[in-house]
Design a protein around this ligand. Structure first.
Ligand SMILES: Cc1ncc(COP(=O)(O)O)c(C=O)c1O
Length: 483
């Protein structure tokens, strides 16, 4: 019997006593159902049974909600998967910085994960034109054919990857593409290999899929790259997915082609193993580093899910546009999730995305200008950080982050602040004393480092570094040893 389709009954009528048997049911015969089928087509006894069951359920709910001393009893339990999610530490510091700014204290914010540039003009114009031309309706779930064709062309030209349009799924940002990919391929109990430092959302996405994030620590001396030996040592028959991010958020590290080739050889030995390659910072890269798409390596196309997007390279964070390129069965599965959650991405953003890809190879002159500015800032910060006593740094080759190790300062203390225990307390100290907002490395799975985003002007970076240097100089060895 199709009980599930018959959901709501109006119980504003007088409530009868709870009946034990269907035949005793005294639910009002005029009980009002909203369901996807008509009660007319059901036999009297089936109607009676439906009404009885619904009535009993609603009676129990009504009793549970009955006011007790004027307060309703509410079941506030959550889905265990949601309860297991950890709040993002990037948000904690950002909120603290916002509170300071709102109380009139200026803060230099170097915590943001988005470019400080405006979206290039040709892209904005394409979006505006889309609105003016009435291109404002739903698009196909997978994205417009125009955009998917442009993405296929980009992947072929820039990454040496041949995909057809039905192997592309456009989503509301790369974040959605990654989540859907993880949900689509991971089953409960599967392991998701995540090299640390990692982008904050990867482990939580694995948890949402009921999979187990398996964090693999990398070393600053290895430029925070996953080594073939480390990968080999953590693989088991439960390993389902490896998430690689190149260039990396938070470290700016870029995987050299030779390292990826070695990783690919190991992956090839494990038939269940897939790779999610997050390439969203692909265009923000400093020579001599160069980008290799994991899927372009021999034998890897069939087991790689490549995610890319428009947020970072094209300064389009608010347009919410990203995509997945993968073999058709994976794309179809991700598309099914999307069709039952958000449906297609914004029609306006998709027109803008076509314009972005039309700017030329790797974003053309518009993106090259932003990358040039990022490189100047990186060079400036690297020089200043390398001059600081005790700070260890792997020079980033891409993205717009640095991830220096400040652990030499843990255990020191400052007058009026107390002891610096870890990266989190050092970030709080920097915020309070230097008025600079940074993100503690724990958010990314490394508690010795701090992420500095250089999506800010050189002038701001100069002021920030002067203040940080001064704040560090005030730290003294503690009288009480660090526990
Ligand atoms: C590594 C990485 N992947 C994916 C994303 C998500 O990008 P989007 O804004 O397109 O959802 C981000 C954003 O911070 C990121 O840093």
């Amino acid at each position: 019997m199709a009980m599930a389709t018959c959901d709501i009954m109006d119980f504003r009528n007088p409530q009868p006593a709870l009946c034990r048997k269907e035949s005793d049911c005294r639910a009002p015969s005029q009980a009002w159902f909203t369901g996807s089928y008509s009660l007319q087509r059901l036999s009297i006894s089936t109607k009676r049974a439906l009404i009885c069951k619904q009535w009993q359920r609603l009676k129990l709910v009504a009793e549970a909600n009955k006011a007790e001393n004027g307060r309703a009893i509410v079941d506030t339990s959550l889905n265990p998967r949601v309860a297991a999610l950890r709040p993002s530490k990037t948000m904690v510091i950002a909120d603290y910085a916002t509170a300071l700014v709102e109380s009139g204290i200026p803060v230099i914010r170097l915590a943001a994960g988005e470019p400080d540039f405006d979206t290039p003009k040709p892209i904005v114009e394409a979006g505006t034109k889309a609105i003016q031309n009435g291109f404002t309706r739903y698009t196909p779930n997978a994205g417009t054919l125009e955009l998917r064709k442009a993405i296929c062309h980009k992947l072929q030209e820039e990454n040496g990857l041949a995909y057809s349009t039905d192997e592309i799924l456009v989503s509301n940002g790369a974040k959605q593409s990654i989540l859907q990919a993880v949900l689509a391929v991971c089953s409960p109990g599967d392991e998701v290999i995540i090299p640390a430092p990692f982008w904050v959302s990867y482990p939580e996405m694995a948890r949402l899929a009921d999979a187990t994030p398996k964090i693999v620590q990398t070393a600053l001396l290895d430029d925070f790259l996953l080594t073939p030996e480390k990968l080999e040592s953590v693989l088991t028959e439960r390993s389902r997915l490896i998430i690689l991010c190149t260039p990396s958020n938070p470290t700016g590290s870029v995987y050299p082609r030779e390292t990826l080739q070695k990783l690919a050889k190991i992956v090839a030995k494990h038939p269940r193993l897939l790779v999610l390659s997050d390439e969203i910072y692909e265009h923000i890269m400093y020579k001599p580093a160069s980008h290799t798409s994991f899927a372009s390596l021999p034998g890897m196309r069939e087991r790689t899910l490549t995610v890319n997007g428009f947020s970072k390279a094209f300064a389009m964070t608010g347009w919410r546009l990203g995509y997945l390129a993968a073999p058709k069965h994976f794309v179809t599965a991700c598309g099914r999730i999307q069709s039952q959650s958000t449906s297609g991405a914004s029609s306006i953003s998709q027109k803008a995305g076509v314009a972005a890809l039309g700017l030329g190879y790797a974003g053309g002159e518009e993106v090259a200008l932003m990358v040039k500015a990022f490189k100047e800032r990186r060079d400036f910060l690297v020089e200043r950080l390398q001059a600081l006593d005790g700070v260890k740094l792997s020079v980033p080759q891409g993205a717009f982050y640095l991830f220096p190790d400040f652990s030499a300062y843990f255990g020191l203390e400052a007058e009026g602040f107390g002891k610096i225990h870890d990266a989190e307390s050092l970030c709080k100290y920097f915020l309070e004393k230097a008025r600079v907002a940074l993100v503690p490395g724990d958010a990314f799975g490394n508690s010795s480092c701090i992420r500095i985003s250089y999506a800010a002007s050189l002038d701001s970076l100069r002021t920030a570094m002067d203040s940080l240097e001064k704040a560090l100089s005030l730290l003294q060895p503690s009288a009480v040893p660090l526990r």
